[in-house]
Design a binder for this molecule. Structure first.
Ligand code: GAP
Length: 534
């Protein structure tokens, strides 16, 4: 992972935001190569899910043909949206503060072990940002008991490492950065939504939130889409856009950021067929990652256990990837596919009146009416053929553009060997990105800067540039130029050499197989098109 992070900075995939001021935790900038990569990921998703979707045929595994359309909604929405969606009341993590170190930790991410020494029992901990929690817990315990490393055998451990959530009495807890016991506060709720003020007047009544998910923009526009376009249920609405969460412990590169992009679909269907649609979308989304180059046992589809499901959901599955920063055997979520029933549309119609799901909705306002009522608008759907009116069920495939991009980067990073210009094998770093998402599709090189080679190479470059993002390079030995493109993930390098001048053919080199073949200069654009787009 360290090698990948360093390559990302060196080659301009990712930079820490505001780096010259020391950075800001949880925010990342995409550099010249990174911006192309992420755009390609989003465009591949949009093309495969929305514009390129064949709505006249039944997709394999789908109950019937369906339509797809898109939206681009605002980041700041009416605050009532978040009351009805549940985010205002329920979208929080629990955190604990250390009175001594003044540091803040996510309650469930502080881990520790019970340990006894010198007649005292304590729960020694490591913080959520620890990469080696076992070692940090031991170091913390040794320091507390005033022992040296070589006296570690005086520590008597009781049980395995567990979360702080298993501990009731904090008086025996040694905080991750504390010198004394009992410095951690009781867990407190911490809403993850970023708050802002709309307008010049300020004041709590003008408070608004940056959206923590793009999904709600789709739900509140459901009626607009049905009324303004000719879509009929079953259909899906897609949206790509920024979301914001004030994560307590942003970590693992871009995996958990405070500003990130989501690619979400809300798929509206008849309640009777929603179970089949759920299965369809779960499999379809899993297959997408395989098609884009994630393969093998690093990628898995995990169905949630019944006790993990929200009360309104009859099924949720996660597409997960074994990111290299995770301990062996652990997977991180790339995308969740959830059967949400009619929960969201109903919430925006009526508000949540279900005391089981949200007791806060039973608070009454000054008129004795429950607070957090919905819009009061009719968000049901009438089938114009059968005349049936119902509230559609929703299947929600919700993906993170940054997490997908990170997984593609992790999967692509490869160290192997390739021959240099003298045929000698040299080690190289190569980013084996799928050609569809590679930032540059091809690079064009004249073998040497004379004999008409640069002119011919520039001609080819210009004709490719009309269709693709390509790179022209005439500096240095050709072997070094190949290596630079290998690191950038460029799948094809086109070289103009002496033979090109005499017979009008050029070589194309394949980044992964290192195979080289000759094509006519005028066929290069068609050849690259075929190789990239199939
Ligand atoms: N509308 C449902 C929803 O937002 P989620 O599981 O909270 O569900 C969906 O988020 C996806 O968004 C995740 O699978 C992940 O890819 C991405 N995501 C969520 N929080 C993120 C964060 N802090 N940083 C980067 N990506 C995140």
């Amino acid at each position: 992972m360290e090698k990948l992070v360093s390559l990302c900075k060196r080659r301009g995939f990712l930079f820490q935001s505001s780096e010259i001021y020391g950075g800001i935790n949880g925010f990342w900038d995409y550099g010249p190569l990174g911006v192309e990569l992420k755009r390609n990921v989003k465009e591949a998703w949009w093309r495969d899910m929305v514009t390129g979707h064949d709505d006249l045929s039944t997709m394999p595994g789908a109950p019937e043909p369906y339509e797809m359309t898109g939206l681009d909604c605002t980041i700041i929405m009416h605050p009532q949206v978040w009351k009805c969606s549940g985010h205002y009341d329920l979208f929080h993590d629990y955190m604990v503060d250390c009175r001594q170190s003044k540091r803040r930790y996510r309650h469930d991410q502080v881990v520790g072990r019970w340990v006894e020494a010198k007649g005292q029992i304590v729960f020694a901990t490591a913080g959520s940002d620890s990469d080696h929690p076992e070692a940090d817990i031991e170091r913390n315990a040794l320091k507390f008991f005033g022992l040296r490393t070589k006296q570690a055998d005086q520590l008597k451990w009781d049980g395995v490492m567990v979360s702080l959530t298993t501990v009731d009495d904090f008086s025996q807890v040694l905080g991750p950065d504390a010198k004394e016991l009992g410095t951690l506060t009781e867990p407190r709720e911490y809403n993850l939504m970023f708050k802002t003020i709309v307008g010049a007047l300020g004041g709590e009544e003008n408070a608004a939130f940056l959206r923590p998910e793009t999904a709600q923009g789709i739900f509140v526009n459901f009626k607009n889409v049905v009324d303004s376009s000719r879509v009929r249920v079953p259909f899906g609405i897609a949206q790509i856009g920024k979301s914001f969460r004030n994560e307590i412990t942003p970590r693992n590169f871009t995996f958990r950021s405070r500003e990130f992009e989501q690619m979400e679909i809300e798929f509206f269907c008849h309640p009777n067929s929603s179970a089949e649609w759920y299965t369809y979308w779960r499999n379809r989304r899993f297959q997408w990652y395989i098609d884009m180059g994630l393969a093998g046992d690093k990628l898995r589809l995990r169905e949630h256990d019944p006790d993990e499901l929200s009360h309104y959901s009859t099924g949720t599955a996660d597409v997960e990837y074994a990111f290299p920063f995770l301990p062996a055997g652990e997977y991180g979520e790339l995308e969740g596919i959830a059967h949400r029933g009619d929960f969201d549309l109903r919430s925006h119609m009526e508000g949540k009146l279900d005391p089981e799901s949200n007791p806060l909705t039973l608070e009454l306002d000054e008129n004795g009416k429950p607070r957090h009522r919905g819009s009061g608008k009719d968000l049901t759907y009438r089938d114009d053929i059968t005349n049936e009116r119902y509230t559609p069920h929703v299947i929600e495939p919700s993906a993170g553009a940054d997490r997908a991009t990170l997984a593609f980067l992790c999967e692509a990073y490869t160290e192997d060997e390739a021959p240099d210009e003298n045929g000698k094998m040299q080690s190289r770093v190569v980013m084996k990105l799928h050609p569809r998402i590679a930032p540059l599709k091809a690079a064009v090189f004249p073998l040497v800067k004379k004999d008409g080679m640069p002119e011919m190479a520039q001609d080819i470059y210009r004709s490719l540039k009309k269709k693709f993002n390509v790179f022209y390079d005439e500096k240095g030995a050709v072997g070094r130029r190949y290596r630079r493109q290998d690191e950038a993930g460029t799948p094809f390098c086109i070289t103009v050499d002496g033979e090109s001048i005499s017979d009008g053919t050029v070589t194309i080199r394949h980044r992964d197989t290192l195979e080289q073949w000759r094509v006519k200069k005028d066929d290069v654009v068609a050849e690259i098109d075929k190789l990239v787009n199939g």
